[in-house]
Unconditional design. Structure first.
Length: 168
């Protein structure tokens, strides 16, 4: 995507959602986090021009927007490819085998944390608890959860994603 400042703008549908969000709060700035989610949903990741756009929309200093985007790990600061594999590495998922899934990522995809495959299909992002510990280990792919994973299920999922059999 060309990210020249003049070309960064919410679609009309997202602009309506943004306006509805802001209307819920006394101060537009209070809508910062949901606005960042909206922006990530549209632009794929939060580049500097996107963060500056959000700052202008909310009429707050860009530094405040950059700070929030950096603090929360679920906001992507760079293009993470078509499928961002977010593997929970918190205690329950670790005890239930998330290291086996990370092994598949390292061995099959040759990815380390925050790397993207050369063809832009997969990236890997370690994350903290995804709030689904009873179905550990959990992998989030873009916005979708895949639960009770093991190495075979995970390899099958990667193949199905690549072949377009599973949509996320
Ligand atoms: S520890 Fe993995 S979802 Fe909670």
């Amino acid at each position: 995507m060309n990210e020249r400042m003049s070309e960064i703008a919410f679609t009309p549908e997202r602009m309506k959602r943004f306006e509805a969000l802001v209307a819920k709060y006394e101060e537009p700035a209070c809508a910062l986090l949901p606005t960042l989610y909206l922006a990530q949903d549209q632009f794929g990741h939060l580049s500097s021009p996107v963060l500056e756009y959000v700052a202008r929309l909310l009429k707050i200093p860009p530094a405040r927007v950059f700070e929030a985007a950096s603090f929360y790990v679920l906001f992507k600061k760079k293009d993470m490819g078509k499928f961002c594999l977010q593997v929970c590495n918190n205690i329950t998922c670790t005890m239930m085998g998330s290291e086996d899934l990370i092994h598949v990522i390292r061995e099959d995809l040759k990815l380390k944390a925050m790397e993207v495959t050369p063809d832009g299909t997969f990236s890997y992002m370690p994350v903290q608890c995804l709030g689904s510990c009873d179905t550990a280990p959990v992998v989030q792919v873009n916005e979708e959860y895949f639960e009770n994973m093991d190495q075979q299920k995970f390899r099958d999922l990667l193949r199905a994603l690549k072949d377009g059999e599973v949509k996320v």
